[in-house]
Design a protein around this ligand. Structure first.
Ligand SMILES: Cc1cc2nc3c(=O)[nH]c(=O)nc-3n(C[C@H](O)[C@H](O)[C@H](O)COP(=O)(O)OP(=O)(O)OC[C@H]3O[C@@H](n4cnc5c(N)ncnc54)[C@H](O)[C@@H]3O)c2cc1C
Length: 419
């Protein structure tokens, strides 16, 4: 069972609160100074865990159920860190009756400077992240400053007079989280691109559709193993195409290590890739990421892929180790004017995999009919739906599930936003 965002944040808040309370006399617990000290410690712990999550370490993906969930939790940790830090900034976090001392001696000037910088920079980073009008590339550049900023927040904790000693429970809790957080931020900023799993690939085939492109890549040297449905960060080693972007691997593990992507031109980068990708270009791929997994033990599975959202299902169809595929119905939602891959191509894949194929061109009612029909033939609680497509369609599918009495927990999908 993956850890949910609210569980992570409540757990961090609880541990921070208990460990801090243990450092101060109980007759001062119900004061605003205690609340401010707890808020400061919790904010620092949230920032440290947010840094740890940004590392993309695989075992943390396992804990949280995929990179998309990791980024969701990362975002909420940042928001709560800001909420806690605002309270901490507004109310004094010390009492004369406490035994106060800094862990690290800085001059008065620097102690104050580090304190002011902590709140200003955290506020700036979170507000920038939440402003959707800021283009992703601009935001992502500024967001890289979060790592160095975190060191300023740690310095504030260490240099300010407080009742928390490094060898106390709160000191060990914060010290450990901050150390791992700094290592994680350093790894992500400076090492990830060189040592994270992945490899160098060469584009060996390019197939253009209407505003969409299919790329086939062959490894140069070692390839990487992945589970069907996972994705990778693709960066083409050509001017203007180097920025890594996430794309689902639209194929399964192959003996020659080749992998495929289906990419729709939706913005700056994907437009350029659509127009400029050529056979022979080299690519760097950091992968595998994501935990979009089949519910292969379900009595009935419905897979819904809309547009390029068909990519993970191509991967599942091509997976030679897949079992119980006869229980699957694949619904492909597409616009007949620009479908890529074509429904005929997807039908070929479904026939090879023995999966029932339901084309759903725009305006068709097949999606609703299939979900309602499945709920009549099988126990609705045994039906699992895996979805990849736009948010609007996801809301529609959830509504159809409700009408057919299929439990809401039986829908499985990835978040497509890393911000
Ligand atoms: C897990 C996952 C799998 C995906 N699989 C596919 C796929 O198989 N085929 C496909 O066509 N698209 C896929 N996408 C979407 C694809 O990554 C975006 O369309 C692409 O990054 C947009 O970049 P842009 O510069 O062209 O557009 P922009 O207009 O600049 O960005 C549109 C949105 O894409 C996201 N985005 C932009 N740049 C990045 C980045 N460097 N890293 C992360 N997110 C970014 C942001 O949310 C942004 O708001 C996937 C996305 C995710 C998260």
């Amino acid at each position: 069972m993956a850890i949910k965002t609210w569980q992570a944040i409540s757990g961090i808040t609880l541990i921070s609160t208990i460990t801090v309370l243990l450092q101060i006399p109980s007759n001062t617990w119900m004061t605003s100074a205690t609340a401010s000290l707890v808020a400061g410690a919790t904010s620092l712990a949230c920032m440290a865990v947010a840094c740890i999550l940004s590392s993309r370490w695989s075992f943390i993906e396992d804990l949280l159920g995929g990179l998309d969930r990791m980024y969701e939790t990362h975002k909420w940790l940042g928001i709560w860190a800001l909420v806690f830090v605002v309270y901490h900034f507004l109310f004094k976090a010390k009492l004369n009756t406490w035994d106060l001392a800094p862990i690290l001696e800085l001059t008065k000037y620097w102690t104050r400077m580090v304190r002011q910088l902590s709140i200003v920079v955290l506020g700036f980073i979170i507000l920038l992240a939440l402003n959707r009008n800021v283009p992703y590339q601009v935001w992502s550049w500024w967001h890289k400053l979060s790592g160095p900023f975190f060191i300023i927040a740690v310095l504030h904790w260490l240099s300010f007079e407080s009742p928390i000693r490094l060898n106390s429970s709160a000191g060990i809790w914060l010290g450990t989280l901050c150390t791992v957080g700094i290592v994680a931020a350093f790894y992500k900023l400076f090492l990830y691109n060189f040592i994270a799993q992945g490899g160098t690939y060469k584009i060996v085939a390019v197939d253009h559709g209407d505003k969409a492109v299919h790329l086939e890549l062959a490894p140069i040297g070692r390839s990487f193993p992945f589970q069907a449905g996972q994705f990778g960060f693709l960066s083409i080693m050509e001017q203007g195409l180097r920025e890594p972007h996430p794309f689902t691997i639209a194929s399964a593990n192959a003996s020659d290590g080749r992998i495929h992507f289906v990419i729709r031109a939706l913005g700056d980068y994907t437009e350029k890739l659509y127009g400029q990708a050529k056979i022979g270009m080299l690519a760097d791929i950091r992968a595998p990421h994501g935990r979009f997994e089949r519910i292969a033990n379900a009595n009935k599975e419905i897979w819904i892929g809309a547009g390029v959202g068909i990519a993970p299902f191509i991967s599942w169809l091509k997976d030679s180790s897949a079992k119980n595929l006869e229980r699957v119905q694949l619904i492909y939602c597409f616009d007949p004017n620009r479908a890529f891959p074509t429904p005929e191509r997807i039908q070929e894949f479904t026939e090879q995999a023995n999966v029932s194929f339901i084309p759903n061109p725009s305006g068709s009612n097949k999606l609703a009919e299939t979900i309602t029909g499945a709920a009549k033939e099988a126990d609705p609680s045994d039906i699992h739906i895996s979805f990849c497509g736009p948010k609007g369609l996801l809301a529609h599918v959830k509504q159809l599930m409700k009408e057919a009495d299929i439990p809401s927990k039986n829908i499985h999908y990835e978040f497509f936003e890393f911000r």
